[in-house]
Design a protein around this ligand. Structure first.
Ligand code: HEC
Length: 281
């Protein structure tokens, strides 16, 4: 995966001048961050309403938006929603179902990720799904694609319209948020990029054939059917893909780093409606 030299140089210049470069995570509060990031993008992309950011790059790029709207008319993820629904309704070997772990309500998206104060850790929806399986004597599912993505697609579909509303209830939760934020701003790999280099400073710019999407709304549309994957994938699969793009070794899907990152990123999307599953190039 080679990036054009010019594109890299342009990005590096942007990063060097960037308003977000090298901040210490603890310098600002989550509420301040939310305001800073929103104000930044509202200025950068005038006229794009907050909810539109749920649509990733299609919120800011008219050209790719047209072909995406055509795809969403006959969504490629529809069969996976149905498979997920079947999973939801099929009892485990012990006769219980997923419903027994989730109040018999698949519309769980708004409850995740959440801070678990007993275990002092961020719990994501995929993690809760696997914990439900283990509790009922079933093997955990792999986290990046396949069956778990199908179940997540069904649960996301049932949750459409719920608003992102991540809470950071105490100091320990704040520490997890700050860790996630540190992951987001850490420069890594040969290119010395951070996630923010691309999705904050350079949002709207082109890298190779892609226009970079803004960080706002990055967690709302999952799981995603990506044409490039030819299948459905989870948010942490995408995190890993982007880390590879940075020529860095990805963290583990559902490991602590990526869960903290999801916690931070989902808070950044507070107020935006969940609209998963969705389709991307
Ligand atoms: C070299 C630039 C670059 C860096 C650095 C980068 N990404 Fe990306 N990312 C992309 C491109 C290109 C895409 C696909 C187009 C788009 O949606 O921005 C993408 C897409 C995404 C998406 C999907 C957005 C959507 O709406 O479908 C997420 C989430 C994401 N990146 C998160 C991250 C995270 C987290 C990091 C840091 C670990 C990161 N990215 C670092 C280039 C980058």
């Amino acid at each position: 995966m080679k990036m054009k030299k010019l594109a890299i140089a342009a990005l590096c210049a942007l990063v060097a001048n960037g308003a977000f470069a090298a901040k210490k995570a603890t310098d600002t509060t989550p509420e301040e961050d939310l305001k800073t990031y929103r104000d930044y993008f509202f200025k950068r992309f005038p006229g794009v309403p907050l909810q539109e950011y749920a649509n990733g790059v299609y919120a800011i790029d008219k050209v790719s938006r047209d072909s995406w709207e055509a795809i969403e008319e006959f969504p490629p993820y529809e069969p996976m929603i149905e498979e997920g629904e079947t999973m939801w309704n099929t009892p485990f070997a012990n006769g219980k179902t997923y419903g027994s772990c989730f109040n018999d309500d698949p519309a769980q998206r708004k409850h995740f990720p959440r801070w678990d104060d007993e275990r002092k850790t961020v719990v994501t929806l995929p993690m809760a799904i696997n914990e439900c399986r283990s509790k009922n004597g079933e093997k955990p599912l792999k986290y990046k694609k396949g069956a778990i993505a199908n179940l997540l697609a069904y649960m996301a579909y049932e949750s459409r319209g719920q608003k992102t509303n991540v809470k950071i209830p105490n100091k320990d939760a704040l520490a997890a948020y700050d860790k996630g934020k540190t992951v987001y701003f850490a420069r890594r790999g040969q290119l010395n990029f951070s996630c923010a280099s691309c999705h904050m400073q350079s949002a709207g710019q082109k890298v190779r054939a892609d226009i970079l999407s803004p960080v706002l709304g990055h967690t709302t549309g999952w799981p995603v059917y990506r044409s490039k994957w030819g299948e459905l994938g989870t948010l942490h699969r995408r995190f890993g893909g982007c880390m590879k793009q940075m020529r860095a070794k990805p963290y583990k899907a559902q490991g602590e780093e990526f869960r903290d990152l999801e916690y931070f990123l989902t808070h950044v999307s507070n107020g935006i409606e969940f609209n998963g599953p969705s389709a991307r190039k």
